[in-house]
Design a protein around this ligand. Structure first.
Ligand code: A3P
Length: 262
């Protein structure tokens, strides 16, 4: 079956219609968050299932009962999936734990107002690609992947469910100002909003590139020939086609995960 038959376009990305009928997307759009909600956020095949085990166990302080008695799709429900409507989530005790594959820009108004706790889990895209390839081969609600090369083209173009891995990661973690604030907090420095703004502005790629003290342009040409390739080159996503044929690892390789208040 084709994309037109199996997928709906929601806020610019494909979602599998079988799992996300219009009423589920509407429910998700109108959902009200609480500040102490925990939202596990991932691009598909980034080991969400693992976090749906770890986080409830931390919340239950090691009591295995929830993970041995409640299926993970009800234990940590997908806000955008059809079951969310049936689970009476409004009555759940805090802290509620949810999962979503939505991109940052797809989150609803309540999310941006209430700012729940977000645990963003990112997995190496090569492993996400391989995991997705097999998943698309076995799930009836997804378009069959074809050959690895064919699926790679779709993966790179974001023409699969939940769109592009690159856009997903960029949308959730490419927040320079938020990162400056987090690093400052971690280092025990209390910065005024003006200073945070100044640091952020200075560290934007195009501005940092102008700083000879940081661009390594003072290094003699005999060591680095920046006429061949600048040290601070473009600051953009790179030759992703190198991914092709490199998927031999069996275990997921998590680059890192990070958590923050939205
Ligand atoms: P593979 O297909 O590479 O095996 P998701 O949960 O987001 O759908 O991602 C599924 C991937 O997470 C699968 O990867 C799965 O094996 C991996 N995964 C799930 N639980 C895991 C765990 N406890 N430890 C390591 N990987 C896990």
């Amino acid at each position: 079956m084709t994309e037109a038959e199996l997928y709906s376009l929601y806020k610019g990305v494909y979602v599998p219609t079988h799992l996300h009928p219009p009423e589920s997307l509407r429910y998700c759009e109108e959902f009200t968050f609480r500040p102490d909600d925990i939202l596990i956020t991932t691009y598909p095949k980034s080991s969400t299932t693992w976090m749906q085990e770890v986080v409830p166990l931390i919340v239950s302080e090691g009591d295995l009962t929830p993970v041995l008695t409640v299926p993970n799709w009800d234990r940590v429900p997908w806000l955008e999936e059809h079951r969310a409507i049936l689970l009476n989530l409004e009555q759940r005790a805090s802290p509620r734990v949810f999962a979503t594959h939505f991109h940052h820009h797809m989150m609803n108004e309540s999310y941006f107002k209430i700012k729940p706790r977000v645990l963003y889990l990112m997995r190496n895209p090569k492993d996400v690609f391989t995991s997705s390839y097999y998943y698309y081969g076995m799930a009836s609600y997804l378009v069959k992947p074809g050959t690895q090369d064919e699926f790679m083209e779709k993966f790179l173009d974001g023409k699969i469910t939940f769109g592009s891995w690159f856009d997903h990661v960029k949308g959730w973690i490419n927040d320079l100002k938020g990162s400056v604030e987090k690093i400052a907090k971690f280092l025990g420095k209390s910065l005024s909003p003006d200073v945070t703004e100044k640091i952020t502005e200075h560290c934007v790629f195009k501005n940092m590139k102008q700083n000879k003290m940081s661009s390594l342009s003072l290094v003699p040409e005999e060591y680095m020939d920046q006429k061949k390739s600048e040290f601070l080159r473009k600051g953009k996503k790179n030759h992703v086609t190198q991914l092709k044929g490199e998927n031999k690892k069996e275990k997921p390789d998590l680059i890192y995960s990070l958590s923050y208040n939205a």
